[in-house]
Design a protein around this ligand. Structure first.
Ligand code: CA
Length: 406
């Protein structure tokens, strides 16, 4: 039990301790952990002699603070820092020295928590892939023939990953309107979301080596929520034969707080069975996923509750597949699960599915109707997972508002 007032039972108790980067006052940037509605700047903790993490939390020469040095330090350092923070935030003997360092979360300015190295996005929900297949390729088998043999993915644009709260400008591009023979240029008229879970790589690998599924936790540090904003009209015209390109690369939003895998031990659940059996390199000695319940809110109305644990391919299998060709990992690599959609319509993670290709509008609580995003709309994705001893792990939200195209 932590001594921080209000933290127990908040979803940000001492069993959680997610990491982020933030500005505060005129004080520069800090790497910190969240506890309740407070943030603890870890460079300050090191300066006070209360934490020894080898300086990984100190902004380097006035440059922006970043989680990357800590991510690169590996599982032993991750565990040692977590143990020490738990001690400092639970033992009342430290309260007098630690409490003055806490700052209100309401007063901080969240930054992108780590420098994104490479960004990969998978396509691992059978329900999502099946729905998209029916909508985009009616009359054909919804799943491509390779789908049950490998986790399909594509490389996205790392430089346009932004932190939650960043405005998302409606993209312009080339699309071919329904029934038209020729494409036109202009703002996307089918702007959408994809509710996903992102995995943050800490420990890099050498080029030419691979990571087994069972080595997942030796390389992956933690989890963020992710919104893969998608311009469906641009995507539908451009994606064959090489996959998503400009319909996705204009912005990808992630939550400001990275939840360490260490906080998710109570959320581990068996992953769905796979048929046909997978090739050896995709086998896990213990096949598991995480019981994350997502929630998608559109202008204040909860429109969907996607269940992460239904995904066919697990994050460990995705990591094994991503490296099986010898492609190296870098600290700060981010790979996303793919849209999380459950079996029912109100569990789908995209508005493409929720409105069934724009044919069945969604009614929001103010009575307005939507198929795709309008300018000024705000989408917020939240998630929760079971924590130890009946607690809850609340993921930070990922939110964004749509700005008019220019
Ligand atoms: Ca996606």
């Amino acid at each position: 039990m932590t001594w921080v007032p209000g933290a127990a039972g908040s979803g940000y108790g001492v069993e959680h301790l997610p990491y982020g980067v933030f500005g505060y006052g005129a004080d520069g940037e800090h790497v910190g952990v969240r506890i309740g509605d407070r943030a603890l700047p870890l460079d300050r903790l090191e300066q006070a002699g209360l934490l020894d993490a080898g300086g990984v939390f100190s902004p380097d020469g006035g440059r922006m603070a970043s989680l990357n040095p800590f991510l690169a330090a590996g599982p032993d350092v991750w565990a040692a820092v977590r143990d020490r923070l738990t001690e400092l935030l639970t033992d009342p003997a430290y309260r007098d020295r630690v409490e003055p360092l806490l700052v209100p979360v309401a007063d901080i300015r969240p930054r992108l928590p780590f420098a994104v190295a490479d960004y990969v996005d998978f396509y691992s929900s059978e329900h999502h892939a099946g729905n998209v297949g029916q909508i985009f390729r009616p009359g054909q088998p919804p799943l491509p023939p390779n789908w049950r043999h490998l986790p399909i993915g594509y490389h996205g644009r790392a430089g346009t990953v932004v932190v939650s709260g960043t405005e998302v400008r409606r993209p312009c591009g080339q699309r071919r309107p329904p029934g038209a023979g020729q494409p036109v240029y202009g703002p996307s008229v089918r702007l959408d979301i994809e509710a996903e879970v992102g995995f943050v790589v800490g420990v890099p690998t050498a080029l030419g080596t691979r990571v087994t599924a069972d080595d997942f936790a030796r390389h992956v540090f933690g989890v963020v929520l992710l919104n893969d904003w998608s311009a469906r009209d641009i995507q539908a015209w451009e994606y064959q034969p090489l996959g998503p390109f400009l319909g996705k690369s204009f912005a990808t939003s992630i939550s400001a707080w990275v939840t360490p895998l260490a906080a998710l031990s109570a959320a581990r659940v068996p992953a769905p069975p796979q048929d046909p059996p997978v090739l050896d390199y995709l086998r896990e000695s213990e096949r598991f996923t995480y019981d994350l319940s997502l929630e998608v809110e559109w202008n204040g109305t909860v429109v969907s509750r996607p269940p992460f644990a239904t995904l066919y391919w697990t994050p460990a299998q995705q990591l094994a597949h991503m490296t099986v060709n010898g492609a190296s990992l870098r600290t700060g690599d981010l790979y996303a699960s793919g849209t999380v959609s459950g079996p029912s319509r109100d569990q789908t993670g995209s508005f493409l599915e929720l409105s069934w290709g724009g044919t069945e509008p969604v009614t929001l609580s103010d009575g307005s109707q939507r198929t795709f995003l309008e300018d000024g709309d705000t989408v917020t994705i939240r998630a929760a997972a079971p924590g130890p001893q009946g607690t809850t792990i609340s993921f930070g939200e990922v939110t964004g508002r749509i700005a008019t195209a220019r």
